[in-house]
Design a protein around this ligand. Structure first.
Ligand SMILES: Cc1cc2nc3c(=O)[nH]c(=O)nc-3n(C[C@H](O)[C@H](O)[C@H](O)COP(=O)(O)OP(=O)(O)OC[C@H]3O[C@@H](n4cnc5c(N)ncnc54)[C@H](O)[C@@H]3O)c2cc1C
Length: 450
């Protein structure tokens, strides 16, 4: 027997769950089907040996009103946790040592992260003209800010967000806000100063640079609450196997029977969308299969406090590719949020792999841990082996918005134009951050319910 629903969302990651939440808030009849036996997708909090660890994302950036609405609408305000103030300090490795990233003009002048020449080069930025061809993140930064800024600031930042390669990522698609500063203000420095000034005048805390958040029981508390709010309208272990266009909407085939919906939202990774759409638009879906999703492994490690020499007084440490290590960096997880490690112990979460080290996807656990310890040990001063390790593998971790991404998305939109009632909302376009997924879910709900 089929089930009728106004809107069916396929995929219960944060994109699908938040789209469903905002639709229901507007009185739309929604159901969600999810292939896995649990909701949350990439968001997964686990307890292991007294530690509370994140297998996937660790933080949610509160940079849009939709995020507050979600937290308040779910009644989670009391358990929401802002990152420790110390988390404003971020370390970047240069010449084997963790150096704090400068966060003010005086610290910028004195930092050893950039040479005097590198610092002077930044002064030229406001006078550099935009170009009219698509650039990689690397080429854009090299042109506007110089090679040193690319090597010791942007390269590690791109690793931290995308586990990506700045030579291949498109500046327009992957770092749209930075690109917009050049377009709108002719200069990144001028644009950033104007924005900071405007935010100060408006006294907003939810701005482009918001607070880093999690919850008392980790990010999983958010997706658990979203799943609980859906109740019986969430169908777990229910993969969508095929979709068909029918009179007045869409029909979705699952092992638990058919669903009929006027609107269908595919909140799925690129390849899963391609499988469902192929019968409808043919080869046009290959563009989704071709989006690179390099593997990333997240390695949580617990140490006795006295066995780590570094004060761990910050968000974490990023390792630029110039330092020639496989590990991309590590979060100081137990500094970021309280209650993550047992008394007298600390937890680090290292990330290894990404676009430049796809080979790690084939490595065994022992080799992964050994490499992470070899890479981070000399930087953070490990005096004894970890007392806890936990590995989370992401064979297809984060979609890469590489050169040509926006053109490929536009071509896909053209191919899909003849399929009314079909919508897509996932991290392979318009932002990979959890906050982007929530903001995009909110925008789609406005559109569908409006
Ligand atoms: C290791 C790692 C660390 C990260 N760190 C951060 C961070 O600190 N901060 C941050 O903001 N972002 C971070 N991200 C990015 C962020 O987690 C993701 O971009 C985001 O969670 C993606 O959500 P989504 O709903 O779009 O996709 P997904 O989470 O992939 O959800 C898609 C869902 O669709 C389901 N599905 C697939 N096929 C079918 C089918 N046929 N039928 C039904 N269901 C199906 C899947 O099971 C899955 O549940 C990180 C990502 C990774 C991997």
């Amino acid at each position: 027997m089929g089930r009728d629903v106004q809107t069916l969302v396929i995929g219960a990651g944060i994109s699908g769950l938040s789209t469903a939440f905002f639709l229901r808030e507007r009185g739309v009849d929604v159901a969600v089907v999810e292939a896995a036996p649990r909701a949350g997708g990439n968001i997964r909090t686990e307890e292991h040996g007294g530690y509370l660890l994140e297998a996937g994302p660790n933080t949610l950036l509160d940079n849009h009103p939709a995020i507050r609405r979600l937290i308040d609408g779910l009644g989670l305000r009391e358990v929401a946790r802002e990152a420790n103030r110390e988390a404003k300090r971020r370390y970047v490795v240069r010449d084997g040592r963790a150096v704090p990233l400068p966060d003010s003009p005086p610290t910028f002048l004195t930092t050893r992260l950039f040479s005097f020449r590198g610092k002077l080069r930044l002064l030229a930025e406001p006078f550099i003209k935009p170009v009219d061809y698509e650039e990689s993140v690397a080429s854009f930064v090299r042109r506007r800010l110089g090679q040193e800024f690319l090597d010791w600031a942007i390269d590690p930042f791109v690793s931290g967000v995308y586990a990506g390669d700045p030579e291949r990522l498109s500046v327009r698609a992957a770092t749209a806000k930075v690109y917009a500063l050049e377009r709108e203000h002719g200069s990144l420095l001028r644009g950033a100063l104007k924005k900071a000034w405007a935010a100060r005048k408006a006294e907003v805390r939810t701005g482009p640079v918001g607070q880093m958040l999690s919850f008392e029981r980790g990010l999983g508390q958010l997706t658990d609450a979203l799943a609980a709010a859906l109740g019986e309208r969430l169908f777990l272990s229910t993969p969508a196997q095929a979709i068909r266009q029918v009179d007045g909407g869409w029909q979705v085939e699952t092992p638990r029977g058919m669903f009929d919906a006027r609107n269908l939202v595919l909140a799925l990774p690129g390849a899963a969308v391609a499988d469902l759409l192929e019968p409808h638009v043919g080869e046009a879906v290959n563009t989704l299969r071709e989006i690179p999703y390099p593997p990333v492994v997240s390695v949580a490690m617990g140490f006795r406090r006295e066995d780590v020499a570094h004060p761990l007084d910050g968000f974490g440490v990023l390792i630029p590719s110039k330092e020639r290590r496989t590990t991309l960096g590590a979060l100081f997880s137990s500094t970021l949020f309280e209650g993550r490690a047992p008394e007298g112990q600390v937890m680090l979460t290292a990330f290894i792999g990404g676009r430049r080290h796809e080979e790690v996807g084939d490595w065994g656990d022992a080799r992964l841990i050994e490499r992470v310890l070899d890479d981070l040990g000399p930087i953070l001063g490990f005096r004894a082996p970890p007392v806890m390790t936990h590995i989370s593998r992401w064979p297809r971790a984060i979609p890469q918005y590489e050169l040509g991404h926006l053109e490929r998305m536009a071509a896909l939109d053209t191919a899909l134009a003849g399929l009314p009632g079909l919508w897509m909302r996932a991290n392979w376009r318009d932002g990979v951050a959890v906050s982007d997924c929530i903001r995009n879910g909110w925008a789609l709900a406005e559109r569908l319910a409006g």
